[in-house]
Design a protein around this ligand. Structure first.
Ligand code: BGC
Length: 360
């Protein structure tokens, strides 16, 4: 069976031949992988800047954004049957008794950092023809979402963020009227975040570097969001240009851009970080002004990493909503389907928005 692996010792990224996996425990499911999306994290793992093989092994099978088909189930599997389509989640809990998050099935809030992530940290991933996974880590996909369901994992970021937005804004003793959001970045995470905002009735604007007449800007407008090219407006001026901003959703991974845009956030606003920047040197920021605003205007800033099982169910519901509202825009996020033999090249060089490896 073919799989794509990174070898940190020799800095190789290549297709390998692996033995076919077998169901061993009663709650396990044998999966045939259908599609695996490639994201920025995969490219960092393939550049040996991030990620880690399983203990004692020289390689890591990569891939964490997956759509799979159930081939066989163990005797204790209760909800899945051969032929079902499923999305496997990524993060597995740490083993420490004191980590209440992991003990509560919320490993996305793990406090020890000893969680594992399939395809990223200490556990093989999904860019392989077959794998085995526990039923508890699989979410059933409605068949009508099959052609876009590979977007579920990146959509869990926005699904979890939106759930937190709703909880956090209950601090306001009134029902907010139509709110305005700005999404920083028009990559897959930014576009899916912007679709989530539109589907939740936010007036939404995407701020990114592509020109206003680019395909990316056109895609943004196609689902009812506005587009602002970063050449035309400094990040700190977004509020002056648009009016009060209730929510800024960062999806660029640039700390300088993010903190500069924070100056634009309105009173009682939320700022959500989703990007993971490379570690660089210190960068000058208007810290006094930012701190004043945060205190005097009750602003909340939080980071969010996907995602618990519940976020996968939420993301699939959200994907269904987006497909009902703007199906062509959702489909346009997937810009290429390629073969497993092309995957090492895709990991080295980015092209388009979301590139997907089709395995079966
Ligand atoms: C994945 C997350 C993961 C994060 C950090 C992201 O690309 O979607 O599941 O927690 O990388 O490893």
């Amino acid at each position: 069976m073919k799989a794509v692996a990174v070898f940190p010792g020799t800095h190789e990224v290549r297709v390998i031949d692996e033995p076919q996996p077998q169901v061993i425990r009663g709650t396990e499911v044998l999966l045939r992988m259908r599609e695996v999306g490639i994201c920025g994290t995969d490219r960092e793992v393939a550049a040996f800047e991030y990620g880690e093989p399983p203990p004692g092994e020289d390689h890591l099978i990569i891939g964490h954004e997956a759509l799979a088909e159930v081939v066989a189930v163990g005797p204790e599997v209760t909800k899945l049957r051969p032929g079902d389509l499923v999305i496997p989640s990524v993060r597995r809990p740490c083993l420490h008794a004191e980590c209440l998050a992991c003990r509560s099935g919320r490993q996305d809030f793990c406090v020890t950092g000893d969680f594992r992530e399939r395809g990223i940290k200490q556990t093989h991933g999904f860019l392989t023809e077959s794998t085995v996974e526990d039923e508890a880590n699989l979410t059933l996909v409605p068949p009508d979402l099959a052609d876009v369901a590979v977007l579920t994992e990146p959509l869990t970021i926005a699904a979890k963020a939106m759930q937190q937005v709703k909880t956090l804004q209950q601090r306001l003793p009134w029902e907010p009227s139509r709110q305005r959001s700005v999404v920083l970045g028009a990559g897959p995470v930014g576009l899916l975040g912007a679709m989530t905002m539109v589907a939740n009735n936010f007036e939404t604007h995407v701020y990114s570097m592509e020109s206003g007449d680019s395909d990316r800007a056109d895609l943004v407008r196609s689902f009812g969001a506005g587009y602002i090219c970063s050449q035309d407006c400094a990040p700190e001026d977004l509020g002056k240009r648009l009016g009060n901003i209730d929510l800024i959703y960062e999806a660029v991974g640039s700390s300088h851009l993010a903190f500069t845009a924070l100056e634009s956030l309105g009173p009682n606003g939320l700022f959500i970080f989703t990007g993971i920047p490379p570690l660089g040197g210190p960068s000058p920021l208007p810290a006094d002004q930012l701190m004043r605003n945060i205190v005097l205007e009750n602003q909340l800033i939080f980071g969010t990493v996907n995602a618990s099982r519940s976020a996968y169910a939420l993301a699939l519901r959200l994907l269904g909503q987006c497909m009902a509202l703007f199906p062509d825009s959702v489909r346009r996020i997937i810009t290429a389907h390629r073969t497993i033999d092309e995957a090492p090249g895709m990991l080295r060089k980015r092209s388009g928005i979301k590139e997907v490896v089709r395995l079966s």
